[in-house]
Each structure stands twice: as C-alpha cells, then as structure tokens.
Design a binder for this molecule. Structure first.
Ligand code: CO
Ligand code: CO
Length: 318
C-alpha cells in the first residue's frame, strides 16, 4: 500500500508502513484495538477443513501482534449458480468452530456472488500496549524461534498435482488448522516484543521485513528449520509454487546464501505459507524456557537462527 499516503492518526500505534500483520489502535492508556482481515480460494478439498484453515490464518495476524481475538466476521465470495450451497455451509461451520476455539465470537459477515469460492474473516482483537509484538522489535543477540514447520505451499502444490501422500496431507492439514494462540501466550510469558507470522512472503520475505523494520541482520540456520513432511523432496522434484520464486527475487538483494545450501532448501525458506507459524525474536536467557513451553502445544517449534548487528535488512542463510 506504498501508493497511499502515510496514515498519521495520533492513536495509531502500528499502521501499514512497516508491513506488520495487523493495525494497532490505542483505545486508552492500557488497551489497544487490533484489526486484520484475510481471505482466499480453497487450498484443500474438504470444505469444513478449508473453513478452519481460513479462520486459523485470519486469527493468526492478531496473535502475531501479541493480541487476543475477541470478534470475527465472515467474508464470502460464492458461485451461487454453479456450487452446491451445502459446501458453503461446511466452510462456514469450519470457520465458526475455529473462531470459537480461539475464544472469540463470530458476529456477522457478508457474502457476494463470485466466480469462485473465496472465504476468510476480518478479526478484531485486544492487547495491552506493553505486549504488542511488531516487526521492529528485534535486537542483536536475540534468538529466532519458529513455531511451525515450513512447506504448506509446496505440499498444497503437490496436492493439486495429485502427488501428495495421505500422510503428508494429514500433516499439512494439522499444521494449517492449528491456532497460533500458544505461540503468543509463550511470547507474552517470556517478554517477547518482536514477532510476525510466516505467511505469503515465506520465511525469507517475513524475515526480511523484520530485519528492515528492526534495522538488524538475521542469520537463518537452514539445517535447524523444521520441515513439513516430504516438502524438501517434493521441492527437489520441482513442485514449487510460482510465488516462492517471486519471494526469493523480492529479497534477493539482501540475501546471502552459504555454499552448500541446496536449492530445494531455498525454495522451502521462500515457500509461501498459509496459516504458518510465528517467527519470534527472543532474548537468549529466556529462549530455552520459551521453547519448552511452546513445544507442549507446538511440538515442531525450533530455534532457527539469530539476530545480528546489521547490516540492516540483511539475511544470511547458512
Ligand atoms: Co501476518
Ligand atoms: Co495477513
């Protein structure tokens, strides 16, 4: 939204200028409003599961700011003339159940006729100002933690091409329907102030946004990055969504890759995630405790790198 003028409202704490996950607006000295929305076309075949994924994904941007969702509204595009209405009912049930799992209330929505099914939600959350996590909070010496494995873009590409094993389909679905609530709770407990969720720009793109906003460099230790199912093998076979190449090019000027990092690993790091995990920058003395707490709910959470003192925006993959 760089073509829009900068939003200068005095109560706006986080706007869209540093590519954060959601807007944060100060309501009072100890309360902030968090607002976000997201919607997309189906990425799995089962409509109920799609509804759950879309909701987990939309809720995630509130969690990524350190907030707790309170209300949500459906956004629906539906091909009335060509699709069975029962499919929409299942999608909406999936979304409703996930919103309730998050402890929020579904309060309305809007449907328009469309050429293809689209579903998502606008989500409103609350947080206290001293618990907001942003892209700009990372400091040299901190450790990077990722709460979910990477590979949903590669696996869903394989699913479309009928190349995905049933085991990997289960792993992918479990990962995308899992709420990021526990990541936020752990972050709050251990005083984390820098975080984002890994979604459409992939780990590389979202790391780059964090590095730029925080004016730091990031080192990603590729060997420690958790991998979803057979994502690396599938990427090596060329099952890489087009968006991954865009993501790689997008931050290529700020990216240095050590010799020996395989091309399929880079594809994984650039893989566009749907309902991906949280990327947190954690103080080194708190990281082991945070990880232990996080792994109770997000067993694949892992340390994947560290924050270094510049150059600002630089990403090293080793
Ligand atoms: Co986000
Ligand atoms: Co988003």
């Amino acid at each position: 939204m760089a073509f829009l003028p900068r939003e200068e409202h005095p109560s706006l704490i986080v706007g869209f200028d540093l590519a954060d996950d959601a807007g944060v607006f100060r309501l009072s000295d100890d309360l902030c409003l968090i607002q976000t929305l997201d919607f997309f076309t189906p990425i799995v075949n089962d409509p109920y599961t799609f509804g759950q994924i879309a909701a987990a994904n939309a809720l995630s941007d509130v969690y990524a700011m350190g907030g707790r969702p309170i209300t949500a509204m459906n956004i629906v595009g539906f091909p009335v003339k060509t699709m069975d209405k029962e499919i929409l009912v299942e999608v909406l049930k999936g979304g409703f159940d996930k919103v309730h799992e998050a402890g929020a209330a579904l309060v309305g929505g809007h449907t328009v006729e469309d050429l293809e099914l689209k579903y998502g939600l606008s989500v409103t959350g609350l947080a206290s100002p001293d618990r907001i996590m942003t892209n700009a909070g990372a400091r040299p010496g901190q450790v990077l933690v990722l709460s979910k494995p990477l590979g949903t873009g590669i696996l869903s590409t394989a699913l479309k091409g009928r190349m995905l094993s049933p085991e990997d389909e289960v792993l992918m679905t479990q990962s995308m329907t899992a709420l990021n609530r526990f990541g936020t709770e752990a972050a709050e407990r251990f005083g984390v102030r820098a975080g984002t969720d890994v979604t459409g720009f992939g780990l590389l793109g979202h790391s780059w946004e964090m590095a730029r906003a925080s004016q730091v460099g990031l080192v990603i230790e590729s060997g420690r990055v958790p991998v979803l199912g057979q994502a690396l093998e599938l990427a090596a076979m060329g099952l890489v969504p087009a968006g991954s190449y865009t993501n790689q090019n997008f931050c290529s000027k700020s990216l240095s890759v050590a010799e020996g990092v395989a091309p399929e690993m880079l594809s994984l790091l650039a893989d566009a995630q749907t309902s991906g995990g949280l990327l947190l920058a954690v103080n080194p003395d708190r990281v082991e405790d945070l990880l232990a707490a996080l792994q109770k709910e997000a067993p694949r959470a892992a340390i994947i790198g560290r924050v270094i003192d510049g150059p600002p925006g630089a990403i090293q993959v080793v």
